[in-house]
Ligand binder design. Structure first.
Ligand SMILES: *[C@@H]1O[C@H](CO)[C@@H](O)[C@H](O)[C@H]1NC(C)=O
Ligand SMILES: *[C@@H]1O[C@H](CO)[C@@H](O)[C@H](O)[C@H]1NC(C)=O
Ligand SMILES: *[C@@H]1O[C@H](CO)[C@@H](O)[C@H](O)[C@H]1NC(C)=O
Ligand SMILES: *[C@@H]1O[C@H](CO)[C@@H](O)[C@H](O)[C@H]1NC(C)=O
Ligand SMILES: *[C@@H]1O[C@H](CO)[C@@H](O)[C@H](O)[C@H]1NC(C)=O
Length: 760
């Protein structure tokens, strides 16, 4: 950081001046990994060759909203607008169309729909909403059918769909919504369809019903207000004796809030047949409870968006995983959370106290346990227990809440759907993997470690333009996730382990699907039979431990030693650009020159690259070091050589392979001989513009007091920071947090893209 020696030629001085100016003009960035909430370690933009996605689309077809995996896992049935498709997904790559049947709404229904002031361009179609496997030979499907829900059986022949005959189409009220914009859910259990959706054209009458099969059709009663008129169903999950429904609605029990939305779990017994004298053709076992997903000291995540059950051993405690958003926006963005709910907890809330509405005060109060036997709402209650049935009419809300465990909280994103699975790591432990789709077409792969906090392995941008993820379907046997959206179906392989090129990167990624194979020196997909020599550390992600020991017998030293040294030839008085790929957003990066940190006077970090203004004697070893998870390693190492005389190589570096490379250079010396390579055009332009701006002023200052001016400059050099936030827009995640301490060292730079856009 020494003040440049006097006696430099004017061009060098101007070069230095420009450098200092650039340092002042560039906004400061915060380093990654310091925040409270997880950030994706790697981001892939659409079209990135490292994460190849295969898109299936079909001319004139849109809204690929409903996905169903065949029992053998080789076929994906897709419900699109006015069509149902069978896709062969057995081979990697783009799903192949096996066949497709059309199921348009009838012309009569379409004209009725348009007559009722619905759009014939966007709404009056048959949007497929229910697609379930009914038996070995038939699917069951329902659609909005131009605001007149309809259902039908579809026959299968060797996974091919047979055409739908019009006379097989029946009314589907309560099974599919009228309006494609309304939420719905349905699940087939023991040949019966349990569905939750809007039951009328206006979308003001929600219903939870059971249809098909041998038992009576049952519904929720609208008159008894078991459901608020805006109830919006997102999931239905069957359990041994009951079926759970997940939804959100306006809360009625909190009178201190106006229009407070709340998330619920409701439950009905599978053996419910309705009442004999009371509650005829209605549920006699309908109960609901509040679901809570919140972090201490934060606004609750009160709006449930989707929920799934992690299939597993029934004898252990099963969990439901659900994504929530908040009703409130903070700083213009919403945040999301994933919570885990134990089925045991849900069950015990339904066995606890009830709430009761006091008709005079319109307030909900707690009602102690009743002495009615069998217990009202329990699955052993018969259709003729009139006393219990009478009780059930007004006691459908449980007093206690089901409190979930937050696994992941993320601001600035709205998750729409999730899919979960477990992956067995090398250590034999199984790790929960969650795939989360967002409203802007991003996919987050989150892994929950032992202490029930999640880390984000990656973020994949699924579509070129931001649009919501409509549906997710895991196909475990194919090792892929399928994403339905407006334009088609995208296949996303679970992982691409080859993107991690070193053992260090492979281990730091903490992806349970990937491990380092020391023999082939590749990061590879973990096969089901665990090779014991492979390397992974899911708990700690510590490469020092995982990459250094083991059968290869490599010592600790090679990890911090460069694998390869790139030789660059420097020209005096030119700006040299040394790139450093930022492999991980969780790492902090810094540059070293020899053993010292790179001096700030004649260098800066721009978009991760080190820009060096070279003067005599400043060659040598330049290394970009990443520090992640408490572990430092060189990402890239350069040997900057001067033409004349050549530098002697550090004996420490003997034996490391070297390779010559061309680096971008911009000359600032040499008077009229300003030259710039094309790749360096932005820097050159910036330099030229600044040159013009500063030239006159600088020269005057120089003339007036050359020494004084230099000293004054020296005081602010070394990463003179702007006050934080003066130029840089607040990043999204900062809204809830205190302003981070802005960096004090100019070679820390993680958010390179942000920096890049500010300059470009
Ligand atoms: C995986 O990553 C490697 C290395 O970046 C790339 O060459 C390959 O195409 C990728 N494969 C897939 C399926 O994304
Ligand atoms: C919708 O209705 C308008 C007017 O009735 C008509 O001009 C237009 O062609 C219709 N669009 C479609 C897609 O049917
Ligand atoms: C499957 O269900 C359909 C529709 O109810 C019925 O016609 C068919 O016989 C059933 N097939 C089998 C194998 O049970
Ligand atoms: C469930 O777990 C128990 C004990 O943990 C085990 O004995 C049983 O085989 C498991 N069942 C399945 C289907 O995995
Ligand atoms: C930033 O660096 C990356 C690679 O290191 C490069 O692909 C990108 O174009 C650079 N951005 C700008 C604005 O120079």
């Amino acid at each position: 950081m020494a003040l440049p020696a006097l006696g430099l030629d004017p061009w060098s001085l101007i070069g230095l001046f420009l450098f200092q100016l650039l340092l002042l003009l560039l906004p400061t960035t915060t380093t990654g990994g310091g925040g409270q909430e997880p950030i994706p370690r790697v981001r892939y933009y659409a079209g990135d060759g490292r994460r190849v996605l295969s898109l299936f689309h079909q001319k004139h077809l849109q809204d690929f909203d409903t996905l169903l995996l065949s029992a053998d896992g080789g076929t994906l049935y897709v419900g699109a607008r006015e069509a149902i498709l069978a896709l062969n997904i057995q081979d990697p790559g783009v799903p192949k169309l096996r066949n497709m049947i059309s199921w348009p709404a009838s012309d009569k229904k379409k004209s009725d729909c348009a007559f009722k002031k619905k759009s014939n361009e966007t709404q009056c179609f048959n949007f497929i909403r229910v697609l379930v496997s009914f038996n070995a030979t038939h699917l069951y499907a329902c659609g909005t059918f131009a605001f007149s829900p309809a259902c039908t059986f579809i026959e299968l022949q060797n996974s091919y769909l047979l055409p739908i005959s019009e006379d097989k189409v029946v009314e589907g009220k309560g099974q599919s919504p009228f309006d494609p914009a309304h939420k719905h859910t349905a699940v087939l259990v023991d040949g019966m369809l349990y569905s939750g959706t809007m039951n009328n054209f206006l979308g003001s009458e929600p219903v939870l019903m059971r249809a098909l099969g041998s038992l009576p059709v049952l519904k929720t009663d609208n008159f008894l207000h078991w459901l608020q008129s805006d109830a919006s169903f997102v999931a239905a999950i069957p359990s041994t004796q009951v079926v759970y429904f997940f939804f959100e609605e306006t809360a009625s029990e909190f009178d201190f809030f106006d229009k407070l939305r709340t998330s619920r779990v409701a439950r009905v017994c599978k053996n419910d047949v309705g009442g004999e004298r009371l509650l005829q053709k209605q549920w006699t076992t309908f109960l609901k409870a509040q679901l809570v997903c919140a972090q201490p000291g934060q606004l609750p995540f009160n709006v449930i968006r989707h929920a799934v059950l992690l299939p597993g051993n029934v004898s252990t405690d099963l969990h439901v995983y659900a994504v929530f958003t908040s009703q409130w926006q903070i700083g213009g963005t919403r945040s999301s959370a994933v919570c885990a709910f134990s089925l045991k907890d849900i069950k015990s809330v339904f066995e606890g106290k009830y709430k009761e509405l006091n008709k005079d005060t319109s307030r909900w109060t707690t009602l102690g346990v009743t002495d009615i036997s069998p217990r009202p709402g329990s699955c052993s209650m018969g259709p003729s227990s009139d006393k219990a049935l009478l009780f059930m009419k007004n006691h459908f809300l449980m007093d206690e809440q089901v409190v979930g465990t937050p696994l992941l909280v993320k601001s600035g994103v709205e998750y729409t759907r999730l899919a979960v699975e477990t992956a067995q790591g090398l250590d034999g432990h199984s790790h929960l993997v969650m795939y989360l789709g967002t409203t802007t077409g991003l996919l987050h792969k989150a892994v929950v470690s032992g202490d029930s906090s999640a880390h984000l392995v990656e973020e994949v941008q699924l579509f070129p333009e931001p649009e919501p993820v409509r549906n997710l379907q895991l196909a475990p046997t194919q090792g892929a996730l399928f994403v339905g959206f407006s334009g088609g179906v995208v296949r996303v392989p679970r992982a691409n382990c080859s993107v991690y090129e070193s053992c260090v990167d492979c281990v730091l990624a903490r992806d349970p699907h990937c491990a380092w194979d020391p023999e082939s020196r590749l990061c590879r997909l973990l096969p089901t039979s665990m090779p014991t020599s492979w390397r992974q550390d899911m708990e700690k992600g510590n490469p020092q431990w995982a990459c250094a020991n083991g059968p290869m017998g490599r010592s600790l030293r090679p990890l911090s030693r460069p694998q390869i040294i790139k030789e660059v030839l420097a020209v005096p008085n030119s700006i040299l650009e040394l790139p450093c790929p930022h492999l991980s957003a969780l790492a902090s990066y810094r540059w070293t020159h020899g053993t010292a940190t790179v001096a700030g006077a004649s260098s800066m970090v721009y978009n991760g690259s080190l820009l060096l203004l070279l003067r005599d004697g400043e060659g040598g070893l330049y290394q970009c070091l990443a520090t992640e998870n408490g572990f430092s390693y060189p990402v890239v190492s350069y040997w900057v050589d001067s033409q004349d005389p050549p530098l002697a190589l550090d004996p420490e570096l003997a034996g490391i392979p070297r390779e010559r490379m061309e680096a971008s250079l911009t000359r600032v010396g040499g008077g009229a001989g300003l030259a710039a390579q094309r790749s360096y055009w932005p820097h050159f332009l910036t330099v030229t513009v600044l040159l013009a701006l500063v030239l006159s002023g600088a020269l005057i200052v120089l003339l007036l007091s050359r020494l004084g001016a230099l000293r004054a400059r020296g005081k602010v050099q070394g990463c003179g920071n702007l006050p934080p936030g003066e130029k840089a827009p607040l990043s999204r995640k900062q809204h809830l947090q205190l302003p981070k301490e802005h960096r004090t060292s100019c070679d820390m730079d993680a958010d390179s893209n942000h920096l890049g856009t500010e300059v470009a």
